[in-house]
Design a protein around this ligand. Sequence first.
Ligand code: SAM
Length: 221
Amino acid sequence: MNMTPDRWNSTCTYLDEVFGQEDEHLKQLMPRAIEAGVPDIAVSPSVGRLLQMMVKTVGAKTIVEVGTLAGYSGTWMARGLPEDGMLITIEPEPLHADVSQREFDEDGLSDRVRIVREVGLVALPKLLEELGEGSVDVVFLDAIKYEYPDYLPFAKSLLRSGGLLIADNAIGSEEWSVVNPAGSHPNRDGVDRFNRLVADDEDFDACCVPIREGVMMARKR
Ligand SMILES: C[S@@+](CC[C@H](N)C(=O)[O-])C[C@H]1O[C@@H](n2cnc3c(N)ncnc32)[C@H](O)[C@@H]1O
C-alpha cells in the first residue's frame, strides 16, 4: 500500500470519524483544557477507543497511566473500569493535574481516579511498593518518550500475568520517527530501544497497532 503523509492523515481522520465517536464531555475536554493553557497533545479519539476496548477486554480493575495531561486518555480508560476499579494516573505538572482533576470530577469519575502528582520515575517505584508485584491489569505509558526504557522494569513488575503494557508514540510524533537514523532525536532512540526491549522480552507477547503515532501493546505472559 502506498501511504503518502496526506493519505495517512486522512486515514487517521477517517478512523476517528468512524471509530472514535465521542460524547459531549469527551468532545469538549481538550478544547476546554487548551483554553486553560494545556498543550494540545492528547491521544486521538480512535486511540482513546482502543485504550478503552483493551481495558474492557482484559477486565481491568487497576490501571496505571504515566502522563495524564488533561485526563483525555484517562477518561476513556476510567469509563471502561467497573465501579470498584481504579485508574492511578501520574502527572507532575500542577496545571495539568488540576485541569484533569476537574475533568474527572465533572465526568463523575472522582471515585475511580487517583492523580499522583510526581514524575514517573519517582512515582512508579513508590506505586510498586504500595501495590505490590503483579497487582495491575493495564499500564499505559504516555509521558517522557526517552524515559520509556526506564519505565519498563517498573511497568513489568506491576503487571499481572495476562496484563497489558501499552505505550503511545511507538512509531513517532510530529518531530521524529522510529525510521529516522539512530542519534537523530533522543525520543526516537528511547522509543526504538523500548520497542526492541519489549519485543525481545520472553515475558511479553508484543505488537504495534500503527494508528496515529503508533500504539505498542504487549501482553505479559
Ligand atoms: C503526551 S501528554 C499525555 C497525554 C494523555 N495521556 C492523553 O492522551 O490525554 C504527556 C504528559 O506527561 C507529563 N509529564 C511530563 N514529564 C513527566 C514525567 N517526568 N513523568 C510523568 N509525566 C510527565 C506532561 O506534563 C504531560 O501532561
